[in-house]
Design a binder for this molecule. Structure first.
Ligand SMILES: Nc1ncnc2c1ncn2[C@@H]1O[C@H](COP(=O)(O)OP(=O)(O)O)[C@@H](O)[C@H]1O
Ligand SMILES: CC(C)(COP(=O)(O)O)[C@@H](O)C(=O)NCCC(=O)O
Ligand SMILES: [K+]
Length: 259
């Protein structure tokens, strides 16, 4: 079975592909100090709870936080006796290389999203990922990642307001009933929620204008459904897009005789 690991700046998600489907997924806070032994104890406990057999023979990792890769590699080597593929490293092949400025390191999550979305939806896509950062990844006719947009994430924006303004409390994101807030919390929620609806709408419009062609918008990340309440921002929401992309990249490398 294939172990897929997606490390974002906030959370790390593990999932196991049994050859036909993903068995389940498990989420742990991203922390580069976490050791291989800690990961293994945590993962094997959860797998036992769900009564799955832990028979991993291949691993693939996407890590936006590079420092976590060392311990994840040790986990794969020591406990699963495999050498993991690490997306973004030269020895991990991609079906189509990204077309960006020379020397640019594209976030591996964005490359993986591109592969997953192109497989499901074909060419001319904008993938919006609501993670720590909100990213827009533009997918060309041949499936290549050709650039995009990085904006501060929803929770990061809320946190920044709280950190920077003495009288603003920490607030959870939600869709406020009205745009005009009549208390501090409602005002903040309105600013962030409607601000993000406007941000997504505006950026998608501008990308479409710049590309001068119709483009589908695919959303992923935990907060995507929040922004899908009747605004018609997205053509599809897919919470498993990154895992799907990881599996495809693994299969592609296998087909090419790599790893
Ligand atoms: N279903 C959800 N509801 C509310 N907040 C969420 C949900 N899923 C994720 N988040 C929050 O969204 C932010 C980004 O999470 P995540 O998508 O795991 O980011 P990353 O991939 O960058 O680690 C975090 O602050 C997380 O707590
Ligand atoms: C933009 C990101 C911080 C998003 O990370 P995430 O929100 O998934 O934690 C990550 O993809 C990254 O560090 N990218 C490197 C720069 C780039 O993609 O151009
Ligand atoms: K992201």
């Amino acid at each position: 079975m294939l172990l897929c690991i997606d490390t974002g700046n906030t959370n790390t998600v593990f999932s196991i592909w049994d050859g036909t489907r993903f068995l389940s997924h498990w989420r742990i806070r991203t922390d580069h100090r976490r050791t291989a032994d800690e990961y293994y104890v945590w993962l094997s406990t959860l797998i036992a709870v769900q009564r799955f057999e832990l028979q991993i023979d291949a691993c693939i990792i996407s890590a936006t936080a590079p420092r976590v890769v060392f311990n994840l590699r040790v986990l794969c080597n020591r406990y699963f006796d495999t050498r993991p593929l690490v997306v973004g490293k030269p020895d991990c092949l991609l079906p189509v290389p990204p077309r960006v400025d020379a020397g640019t390191t594209v976030g591996p999550d964005r490359l993986v999203n591109t592969v997953g979305a192109y497989d499901r939806h074909g060419p001319d896509l904008i993938v919006v990922d609501f993670g720590t950062a909100t990213t827009f990844d533009v997918v060309d006719i041949d499936g290549a990642y050709i650039g995009g947009v990085i904006a501060p994430g929803v929770n990061l924006s809320l946190e920044a307001l709280h950190m920077g303004a003495a009288s603003l409390p920490h607030v959870d994101v939600t869709m406020p009933a009205t745009v005009i807030g009549t208390n501090t919390v409602a005002c903040i929620q309105s600013g962030v929620f409607w601000g993000y609806v406007g941000l997504v709408d505006g950026i998608v419009d501008k990308i479409r204008a710049e590309r001068d062609r119709p483009m589908k918008v695919i959303a992923t990340g935990g907060l995507a459904p929040l922004f899908d309440q009747g605004f018609d921002l997205f053509d599809a929401i897919e919470d498993d897009l990154t895992m799907h992309g990881l599996r495809l990249i693994h299969d592609f490398n296998k087909e090419m005789g790599n790893g």
